[in-house]
Design a protein around this ligand. Structure first.
Ligand code: UGA
Length: 438
């Protein structure tokens, strides 16, 4: 099938490469000329494991092209995915102007019957708005244009695997014509037995917000439990292992730590809460989830302040700057708030991340970055683990201690074994576990 993809960010670019990998003919377009130039030059505008290799392969094989002309991406297409940004307004509401503009431009450029598919996470009701807008435009021309919803469940850092081997595919449609078109798009997955959930459009839009809100709820629930464990002398890991062995609860997303960041959960939760209010339902549970998430970062900062007393003239090392391992994305990363807070309090802060040093340093004035974990730790009075990159679990603790001015670690992701910390001579504060003091 011929497919157009509007927007080549974390969702759009993965859609481009995976749709082309299963044999569709794909053209991607982006309004950002810099991004398109990187792609036309054979590069990749952000880090995602396996993406560069797949891009190279699909472009060489000829099934994937990029353009800066939206009409070129739409020409001859049977399906066009809209995967542009939906940033939050100050109120939390999703700003949908890019979605509206893309859809109107796509409708104007359509050369044949066309299915326009929302791939960006959008509040329920967006498709109805899009349909009305498109119908007003189409009063001037022929040809069938319909709207469908097909939310994405990709995790950054695992995006290619999640797209190629998804748990489920969710499609919201309102005609058999649209349903058949979406079944053709996803035929290679349906043949492999991937569950294909078909709903009406409003249900699909709402289901995506429900999934992200529920996952964020699990994380905040565990982080609230961690606060209680610290006060009660209990161990969060024993608590979550017990909870997770009940299949009704499930073990995933029960890791206590610095809480969730990234471009999805914080924004989607705020948008969902705003939308619920608009619909006349005050979903206060979501506010509490966000509050507990902020509190998780506050608690780690409080541990650092408590361990170091005055922060002026202290050097603090941050290990991990991206919002989670496997990505260079620092949007809503806890590390940024920690760095800003500690710098404001007078400390010198040096971060190290395997891939996100530059983006983080650009975002936080005064944040220094180092080329490796030991360099970041050199002369530090405290080291904070902000992101659980695998390489940090394998650090040589003797060397680390030798590098540091004080042997103090605040493990914001519970990556270190406390007995080993004790044996290595560290004072170590983590999340919801006992404190190790020397
Ligand atoms: C999330 C969802 O997992 C995807 O299903 C969804 O498609 C995506 O949002 C989206 O809406 O586009 P992502 O933001 O890439 O994906 O990251 P996750 O792996 O879900 O992690 C989110 C945050 O939760 C990270 O900051 C992570 O550190 C944190 N987390 C996760 C915890 O603090 N504890 C956990 O147990 C799990």
């Amino acid at each position: 099938m011929k497919i157009g993809v509007i927007g080549t960010g974390h969702v759009g670019l993965i859609t481009c490469v995976t749709m082309s990998a299963v044999g569709h003919e794909v053209v991607g377009v982006d309004a950002d000329p810099e991004k398109i130039q990187i792609l036309l030059d054979g590069g990749c505008p952000f880090f995602e494991p396996g993406l560069q290799e797949l891009l190279d392969r699909q472009i060489t094989e000829g099934g994937l092209r990029f353009t800066d002309s939206l009409p070129m991406a739409v020409e001859g297409a049977e399906v066009v995915f809209i995967s542009v940004g939906t940033p939050p307004r100050a109120s939390g509401e999703a700003n949908l102007i890019a979605v509206e503009n893309s859809a109107t431009q796509v409708a104007e450029a359509a050369t044949d019957d066309l299915l326009i598919v929302e791939k960006s996470t959008v509040p329920v009701g967006t498709a109805v708005r899009l349909r009305t807008t498109i119908e007003r435009l189409r009063a001037r021309s022929d040809g069938r244009i319909e709207v469908a919803s097909n939310p994405e469940f990709l995790r950054e850092g695992h995006a290619i695997d999640d797209a190629m081997e998804p748990d489920r595919i969710l499609v919201g449609v309102e005609s058999t014509w649209a349903r058949d078109r979406m079944r053709s798009v996803y035929a290679p997955w349906i043949e492999k037995g991937v569950p294909f959930i078909e709903t009406d459009i409003a249900t699909a839009e709402l289901a995506k917000h429900a999934c992200n809100a529920f996952l964020a709820l699990k994380i905040s629930f565990v982080n609230a439990l961690a606060r209680i464990c610290e006060r009660a002398g209990a161990d969060i890991e024993g608590v979550t292992t017990t909870m997770g062995s009940d299949p009704r609860i499930g073990g995933a997303f029960l890791r206590a730590g610095l809480g969730y960041g990234g471009s999805c959960f914080p924004k989607d939760l705020a948008a969902f809460e705003h939308l619920s209010k608009t619909l006349g339902y005050d979903f206060r549970l979501l506010q509490e989830v966000a509050r507990i998430n902020d509190e998780a970062v506050d608690a780690v900062i409080a541990k650092v302040k408590d361990a170091l007393w005055n922060l002026e003239e202290k050097k603090i090392a941050l290990l991990g700057l991206s919002f989670k391992p496997g990505t260079d994305d620092v949007r809503f990363a806890p590390s940024l708030r920690i760095a800003t807070d500690l710098i404001d309090a007078g400390a010198t802060v040096v971060g190290y991340d395997p891939v996100a040093n530059n983006v983080a340093a650009n975002d936080v004035p005064g944040l220094l970055v180092a080329d490796g974990p030991y360099e970041a730790a050199a002369g530090a009075h405290c080291l904070i683990v902000c992101t659980e990159w695998e390489e940090f679990r394998k650090l040589d603790l003797v060397r680390l201690k030798d590098e540091m001015a004080y042997p103090v670690i605040v493990d914001g992701r519970n990556i270190f074994d406390l007995d080993q910390m004790e044996a290595a001579g560290f004072t170590c504060y983590s999340v919801g576990r006992r404190s190790v003091t020397q």
